[in-house]
Design a protein around this ligand. Structure first.
Ligand code: FE
Ligand code: FE
Ligand code: MG
Length: 167
């Protein structure tokens, strides 16, 4: 990267790259969890939910793009192997073993909540130290907050529908 760009980072760059790589690994796992979930999904409202899962998949992939760009700018190397994603990610990969809509929604809601925690931590670590990464983390955090709300609202609709159907 440009040397001056790295000099203005007011924290340990190695530590910063590590935090960025943790988030980067989580994004790939989130991408695949959404992408596969949209394929295997079964149950009521599956088309509406699959559309949202597919959209989120593309947004998580875009987060990976943004993070890899910043890692490389800082002179770091993005996690090089898929095996590395699972090892480095603070958020677990939840396989869609049970394809029922509500189960997939719950798994992905948990993933978004982990992502929100990850970006909040990245913002806390970079506040007043690296404005560029701070701004990037804020941008991604804004998306993750939207993702959580989208999924919780779909889950609420599904719960209402299932309850009404029982009466
Ligand atoms: Fe993301
Ligand atoms: Fe997300
Ligand atoms: Mg959405």
């Amino acid at each position: 990267m440009g040397t001056r760009g790295r000099e203005i980072v007011g924290m340990n760059v190695g530590k910063l790259v590590q935090l960025l790589n943790e988030a980067y690994a989580s994004e790939w796992l989130a991408y695949y969890q959404y992408w596969l979930g949209a394929k295997v999904i079964k149950g009521p409202m599956k088309d509406a939910v699959a559309a949202e899962l597919n959209l989120h998949a593309t947004e998580e992939l875009n987060h990976a793009v943004l993070l890899s760009t910043r890692i490389i700018q800082l002179g770091g190397t993005p996690v090089l192997t898929p095996e590395g994603w699972g090892k480095v990610s603070p958020c677990k990969y939840d396989a869609p073993e049970d394809p029922y809509v509500a189960v997939l929604l719950d798994q992905n809601i948990a993933g978004e909540q982990c992502a929100i925690t990850t970006y909040k931590k990245l913002m806390d670590a970079t506040k007043d130290k690296d404005m560029v990464t701070y701004n990037l983390a804020l941008q991604i955090l804004t998306d993750e907050i939207e993702h959580e709300e989208d999924l919780q609202s779909l889950k609420e609709d599904l719960d209402l529908m299932v309850q009404r159907g029982r009466k």
